[in-house]
Design a protein around this ligand. Sequence first.
Ligand code: PNS
Length: 165
Amino acid sequence: MKTAIYPGSFDPITFGHLDIIERAVALFDRLIVVIGDNLRKTHPLFSVEERMEMIRETTQAWKDLVTVEKLDGLLVNKVQATGAQTIVRGLRAATDFDYEFEMVLANRRLDPSFESVFLMPNSQYIYLSSSIVKEVVGLGGDASAFVPPFVARKLREKFKKNTVQ
Ligand code: PNS
């Protein structure tokens, strides 16, 4: 069985991530979406549990193929623990390349027994990131072009709560 891990912050999941998931499930028998915190990024807006819920809700179409787990510690340890053979990452533009290349080489140093593969999303998602979505919604904009309705609702709720506090 070909198992892949798709790691990311998913804070929150966007149509760009879902595009990559759709492409990955066509290539692998099982896809484990793994939520980690990127230490290079600011504090996440959503808790890991909230992000897991949003991913589960929005990947219902592939529910027999996709599972969602959290990442504590190193990604290579998660790959080993799950028995996955491949890491999947989305590559949007040349600006992603340096960081992704660095991660591949670091992971390969830690464990050379698996490969990382990169999938390109549809061109309409090339510019899309969770950070852009948070900025748009945080400034009162409409997220419906960027995220599924369930996620758009969670974003509105989150920003409303953060403003009230
Ligand atoms: O969506 P992101 O923020 O680009 O995801 C980054 C993530 C979470 C996949 C990355 O930070 C990661 O793999 N973190 C786990 C810690 C780790 O293994 N670091 C060593 C590899 S650089």
